[in-house]
Design a binder for this molecule. Structure first.
Ligand SMILES: Nc1ncnc2c1ncn2[C@@H]1O[C@H](COP(=O)(O)OP(=O)(O)O)[C@@H](O)[C@H]1O
Ligand SMILES: N[C@@H](CCOP(=O)(O)O)C(=O)O
Length: 311
């Protein structure tokens, strides 16, 4: 790659699963990381990191963004001599808000924008490559396309389509100060589930799409899951207890991604305020040892946005 080419990508956080949509449903959220990549003439990697992970992420070729850019350029038939990677990370890591998916989507989108126009590929290529990197499409799809993404897999081929979320739906997240890696949370799942659980889950996943797009009145039954949350609860007890209490009070609370963040799909401003009040009271009373960052967000409908500064 020639030196001094610069692109910036702004990418949303995502919440996957949404209850019964394990490895298939995901929602883009109004919480954004920003990545700027500049090609260098020398064989070096330079990092300017701020925000989440600035003190802990590696500053070498093992950095997830550097790895994903190198791999994407290779697949496009290019290689870089060196890179300056500037990242301002807002999405918390290891909390179930798809930070690793946002990182690979930003990296692959940047690589695709750096190569000459004739070599560039479309968003479906980005979906394919980033799903392979993540091992599942449910975070990367909404990070790429925005909104509510419905994704599926045919052998090793990934596809996704978007549905429009009803305008009254407001995502509220409660992010605890403890981490759980997606890898560790996936290791807690059984190799298979029974036919009854699968059938129950299918009904709720179908209902959830209706609730999210047409009739939020059904959000509480539509967010019931039979595939993953109960197996993972032991690894995120304060989050599991908060979800159970919110659901008993009638709020559509789920584990965000593999956890431990709690996602609540509120229906309207009044419901969102009730959720915020409930979380404040519950956490003060029951989990004083855990720090919670509670945010009322919006659905991001743009997905990853690429800006080319110099080419
Ligand atoms: N912006 C980033 N830059 C580099 N590495 C990242 C970034 N975001 C996430 N990661 C890597 O991914 C890990 C978190 O991934 P994961 O366990 O899947 O949790 P999450 O639910 O946040 O995606 C981090 O510990 C870090 O190693
Ligand atoms: N379907 C995946 C989603 C993981 O999301 P993350 O935000 O925790 O990375 C799973 O449940 O393992």
């Amino acid at each position: 790659m020639p030196a001094a080419q610069v692109v910036t990508v702004r990418v949303p956080a995502t919440s996957a699963n949404l209850g019964p949509g394990y490895d298939s449903l995901g929602l883009a959220l109004s919480l954004h990381d920003t990545l700027t990549v500049e090609t260098l003439a020398s064989g070096e990697l330079e990092f300017e990191l701020s925000g989440e992970g600035a003190d802990s992420l590696p500053r070498d070729a093992t950095h997830l963004v550097a790895k994903a850019i190198t791999e994407a350029l290779h697949r496009l038939g290019y290689r870089h001599e060196g890179l300056r990677i500037t990242a301002d990370n807002v999405n918390p890591h290891g909390r179930g808000l798809g930070s690793s998916a946002s990182a690979v989507v930003a990296a692959v989108s940047a690589a695709n924008a750096l190569v000459p126009e004739a070599a560039r590929r479309g968003k479906d290529w980005i979906l394919q490559l980033t799903s392979e990197m993540e091992g599942h499409p449910d975070n990367v799809a909404p990070a790429i396309f925005g909104g509510l993404a419905l994704s599926w897999q045919n052998s090793d081929q990934y596809s996704s389509t978007c549905a429009t979320v009803a305008p009254t739906v407001i995502p509220v997240v409660a992010v605890p100060d403890y981490e759980l890696s997606t890898e560790a949370a996936r290791a807690l799942l059984p190799a298979s589930v029974g036919h009854h659980a699968a059938a129950m889950n299918s009904g709720r996943a179908a209902l959830l799409i209706h609730a999210l797009t047409r009739d939020p009145e059904f959000l509480l039954p539509g967010t019931e899951d039979y595939l993953h949350q109960s197996y993972r609860a032991q690894a995120m007890r304060p989050s599991a207890d908060l979800i159970a209490a919110l659901r008993r009070a009638g709020h559509a609370a789920v584990v965000s991604g593999a956890g431990p963040t709690v996602l609540v799909l509120a229906d309207g401003e009044q419901d969102a305020q009730a959720v915020l009040d409930f979380i404040a009271a519950h956490t003060a009373r029951n989990t004083p040892e855990v720090g919670w960052r509670v945010m009322k967000l919006a659905v991001d409908i743009e997905g990853a946005k690429v800006e080319v500064h110099r080419r």
